[in-house]
Ligand binder design. Structure first.
Ligand code: NAD
Length: 490
């Protein structure tokens, strides 16, 4: 049965590599019909700030699968990234990027490298929630949710199970970001228990990245947050020797989008010399996703044989490992001629029919939140001591526990750290005290009466009896346990 998918030809080399890819799919008798949409540069020029006209959205929503060539996002001027917009609107929470070496035909220092990066695609610092609220400081909000983290972690284990992978490595920076990355790591350990046959481990992202760069053969499936995933997936692709060869999948609960990892390559656009392999590999992942595994196997093996025969585009052509320098169309023709053949040295692939990964709809219990204080951020050119004195004069209804600057406690027990004009004032209740929203409003009212420019507040909670905010550098934990001891434990 013919399935309909959405196709975007993109900008720069996009149309050339998409034509080559579709020619190969056609020659392999792939039963797909295409709805072509115009998104990208033209739509940006027509005034659509995310590069997507309304009629394209209709098609994007209608068909569950999209094959997309790279798009040029204009710099600055209020334009939004088309990729981020599509990922968010269609809920494409998982970015999957396999990186496999093709030595000796494409150079890589690690012939046995074969890893898959599974990157969270919607949250973290990519929510783009950023502010400037004082002259000297800008801030970004890092958003990590339980449902978002559970979905990507479970997806990584399901992926490993589906494709017979042995190990899942989680990478975070939870030694520093104990709340956000700490949550991700904790959920990873919990979910790993549901997959006892798959080995699991955690690495701090710095040493984890070093492993991707220098010991990738020790890794198998890697699951990580959005920003780290973005960075290590490019490292992994380059280390495999193949930025121009890799495809990636963006998977959601209802939709999926497949694309090459490279951009529009404006320097070679229109010359007919671009390598279509990245997009072709994305298309192969798409065929597997659609259950067209025989076609995926046929095309993937023909592509491996083409690479093995030394028929290379300029980006991977090297005299000692290549035999024939070809352009985009010739490369596609060479793949078509090899449909039905298998590689001899490189490992041939055989995709089995699988059902797409389905994630359970988790049910979340309400939590018991107890307000124990509030952080008030105040913008002012002053010193910590002067600010503390002014705050005390306002007679705050919750005691001022400390003032921090750039995360470092500077009052009491002042340090020599450089202080900006944005002060982080932490008010924490006494063990006997009960505070609520009204107490916070009274506090703010009294600060306003002292002409203190508060620009942001954050509530301090204990959730289910545990501290649910990070301590400031230099802050003493014991005081908080004293507070906690007085609290009802659920
Ligand atoms: P790029 O990936 O387009 O190019 C980097 C280098 O790699 C260039 O020298 C280019 O010639 C080469 N290259 C890339 N793909 C190739 C291919 N298939 N065959 C041969 N050589 C290839 O990166 P860039 O120059 O940083 O970005 C150019 C534009 O692409 C920017 O406007 C950027 O916003 C956009 N971009 C889009 C996507 C996407 O749509 N998913 C991803 C990345 C960049």
């Amino acid at each position: 049965m013919m399935q309909r998918i959405t196709v975007a030809f993109g900008d720069g080399i996009g149309p050339e590599i998409m034509r080559a890819t579709l020619e190969i799919l056609e020659a392999a008798d792939v039963p797909l019909a295409y709805d072509v949409i115009e998104i990208g540069a033209k739509a940006y020029e027509q005034g659509y700030d995310n590069g997507i006209p309304p009629e394209a959205w209709e098609t994007l929503y209608k068909n569950p699968v999209i094959l997309k060539a790279p798009i040029r996002t204009p710099q600055g001027g209020g334009y939004k990234s088309l990729n981020v917009t599509i990922r968010k609107r269609l809920g494409l929470f998982a970015n999957v990027r396999p990186c496999r070496a093709l030595t000796p035909f494409v150079h890589s220092q690690f012939p046995n490298m074969d890893i898959v990066i599974v990157r969270e695609n919607e949250e973290d610092l990519y929510t783009g929630i950023e502010y400037q609220q004082s002259a000297q400081v800008v801030q970004a909000l890092k958003v990590v949710s339980v449902p978002g983290s559970e979905a990507i972690i479970r997806f990584a284990f399901e992926y490993a199970r589906l494709y017979g992978r042995k190990k899942v490595t989680c990478m975070t920076k939870d030694n520093i970001m104990k709340q956000t990355d700490g949550l991700f790591h904790k959920l990873f350990e919990r979910i790993a228990k549901d997959y006892p046959e798959i080995e699991h481990e955690h690495k701090i992202i710095d040493i984890g990245s070093a492993f991707v760069a220098a010991r990738p053969y020790d890794l198998d499936v890697v699951v990580t947050l959005n920003l780290y995933g973005d960075i290590i997936s490019d490292i992994a692709a380059l280390v495999a020797g193949s930025v121009g060869l890799s495809g990636s999948a963006n998977i959601g609960r209802t939709h999926a989008m497949f694309e090459a990892i490279h951009g529009t390559a404006p320097d070679i656009a229109g010359k007919g010399i671009a390598n279509p392999s990245g997009l072709l590999n994305a298309a192969i992942m798409m065929l597997v996703h659609l259950g067209l595994t025989q076609h995926a196997t046929l095309i993937h093996n023909a592509w491996l044989k083409t690479i093995e025969d030394g028929i290379h585009t300029g980006d991977i052509y090297r005299t000692h490992q290549s035999k024939r320098l070809v352009g985009t169309a010739e490369f596609a023709q060479a793949v078509i001629e090899r449909l039905g053949e298998e590689p001899k040295q490189l490992k041939a692939v055989r995709y089995e029919k699988t059902t797409p990964i389905q994630l359970p709809q988790p049910v979340y219990e309400p939590v018991q939140k107890t307000l124990v204080g509030v952080d008030v951020f105040i913008s002012k050119y002053t010193t910590a001591e002067q600010l503390a004195e002014q705050i005390q004069q306002s007679n705050p209804p919750i005691p001022l526990k400390l003032i921090a600057n750039r995360g470092m406690q500077v009052y009491p027990d002042s340090s020599t750290t450089f202080c900006t004009d944005l002060w982080h004032c932490r008010f924490v209740k006494t063990p006997e005290q009960v505070v609520d929203h009204q107490t916070v409003i009274t506090l703010l009212q009294q600060l306003a009466e002292q002409s203190l420019d508060f620009v942001k507040i954050e509530h301090l909670y204990y959730i289910n009896g545990k501290r649910a905010y990070a301590l400031v550098q230099g802050e003493k934990e014991e005081d908080f346990f004293a507070v906690a001891d007085k609290m009802p434990h659920p």
